[in-house]
Design a protein around this ligand. Structure first.
Ligand code: SAM
Length: 286
């Protein structure tokens, strides 16, 4: 007789508030043969809270490929497995992708058990358009790479969202303020579902001031949501970086040449760059 293959359950766990665990998630974690967890010590607290005493195996970013092959064999042998990460939905800036891909490619069942996810929780309470959005995960670590990242998105009409840590929230907003207009609406969603949950929606300039001046606004875990560029506003924007470029060109060439070169490099309308160049020229003489 052929052994029936087991199923892989991808189980979302809370992002701070233990009560956000779903009934179904608890049932599945109780019933599976094995729980694959990002950090087995961390997940033990959650399991204890719900009286779940199940076998654990570790699956983290450093052993993912090897551990996934082992888990696939167990599924083939008929065992059912639940995958959990430290918080929220596995795979969303968390381990699990190689395992899910391997299991799908092998033609076995992968069952999602939905629940908390910081990205979705933040979007649901942000008050910014969500019909179309782009999730960017964690930002690059260096300032220059972050500025390049922001430059690529400054004219995007979609809402975009990223995860940020307490170590980098200030630096990221400072970099963003160099590239995006300071009146662009952003939402800082901090410590979601926890005691000090804070969700602030304001212009980028204000948000930066808030994070600079208030120590608490640099503590905890963050989701940052950025409003898309408005279509008719898009035409009127010159970013700080484009302005910098124009300034450098003006140092070396005439207004006419500098504007022509800036149009070619940035794709911004000539009229807009010309007005900016004239204003810079006036400032220089003042
Ligand atoms: N898989 C998780 C999910 O479903 O949201 C995300 C894991 S990722 C490694 C951790 C990041 O998610 C944090 O650095 C933070 O940016 C965001 N995050 C997680 N929990 C959060 C919370 N309670 N409030 C705000 N952001 C949170």
């Amino acid at each position: 007789m052929l052994t029936e293959c087991g199923k892989l359950y991808v189980v979302a766990t809370p992002i701070g508030n233990l009560a956000d665990m779903s009934f179904r998630a608890v049932e599945v974690l109780k019933q599976v043969d094995l729980i694959a967890a990002e950090d087995t010590r961390h997940v033990k607290m959650l399991l204890q809270h719900y009286g779940i005493t199940n076998k654990l195996i570790s699956l983290h970013q450093h052993n993912e490929n090897k551990a996934s092959s082992v888990l696939l064999e167990k599924l083939r042998a008929g065992q059912s497995i639940a995958l959990v990460s430290d918080a929220g939905t596995p795979l969303l800036s968390d381990p699990g992708m190689p395992l899910v891909k391997m299991v799908k490619d092998a033609g076995l069942d992968v069952v999602p058990i939905p629940g908390a996810c910081a990205l979705i929780a933040a979007l649901s309470a942000a008050g910014l358009p969500v019909t179309q959005f782009s999730f960017e995960g964690f930002l690059p670590r260096t300032s220059s790479a972050r500025k390049a990242f922001f430059s690529e998105r400054v004219l995007s009409p979609k809402t975009w969202v990223f995860y940020e840590s307490s170590h980098r929230i200030l630096a990221s907003l400072q970099d963003m303020a160099e590239i995006l207009p300071l009146d662009r609406q952003i939402v800082i969603a901090r410590e979601l579902t926890k005691l000090h949950e804070t969700i602030v929606k304001t212009g980028l300039g204000n948000a930066l001031e808030l994070v600079e001046q208030n120590d608490n606004m640099r503590k905890g875990e963050f989701v940052v949501i950025v409003d898309g560029a408005v279509a008719d506003k898009k035409e009127q924007i010159i970013t700080a970086e484009q302005e910098k470029l124009l300034k450098v060109l003006l140092r070396e060439c005439s207004i006419k040449t500098a504007v022509a070169m800036a149009v070619e490099i940035t794709g911004v309308r000539k009229k807009l760059l010309y007005q900016a160049a004239l204003a810079m020229d006036k400032e220089k003489d003042a």
